[in-house]
Design a protein around this ligand. Sequence first.
Ligand SMILES: C[S@@+](CC[C@H](N)C(=O)[O-])C[C@H]1O[C@@H](n2cnc3c(N)ncnc32)[C@H](O)[C@@H]1O
Length: 167
Amino acid sequence: MSSALKVYQADILTWETRKTFDLILTHSFLGQIAEIERPRMFQKWADLLVPGGALITVNRLRQKAEDVRFTASNAERLAALATERLRNCPQLHTISPNECRQAVLEYALQRETVPLRSANDVAEYCKTAGLVVESLEACVLKKPGALIVGPAVGSSAEYIQLVARKT
Ligand SMILES: C[S@@+](CC[C@H](N)C(=O)[O-])C[C@H]1O[C@@H](n2cnc3c(N)ncnc32)[C@H](O)[C@@H]1O
């Protein structure tokens, strides 16, 4: 089966396009958007959806003060994981394992998450942007270490899963 997939690289907050989409999927993305910009982010998502289109997003919830940066060892783990995956992707062999490791370390060590504090905030952003929440669930991942290599992975991590629709 073949499919036509187009990739655009842009700052989503300032991306100007007439395109609209049936589905927007994001994972661990809201933590990259400053709190003050989040209403604008949800409005942008709403503008990019066709009527009836869906937004599905998953994001870590950090209700308490937590470390929002990668530790050196988490950065190393992420770099090791990326390098291992690269070995299994022959189509990406234009970059060497060492270049990959360096790029990932650079990314991880400069990255900082802006915590998402509550599911209620997400519901409010949806409402303001004209998105109807179909489901908004929180789940706790126990022992997330094997799955997550992001900042500050403790003994458990809480995530929200949102499905919202543009009417
Ligand atoms: C934590 S990563 C998760 C990405 C995705 N879930 C994945 O697994 O590849 C967040 C990504 O958001 C990108 N990002 C941050 N701010 C952005 C913006 N304003 N517009 C577009 N992308 C952005 C970062 O470059 C980073 O690649």
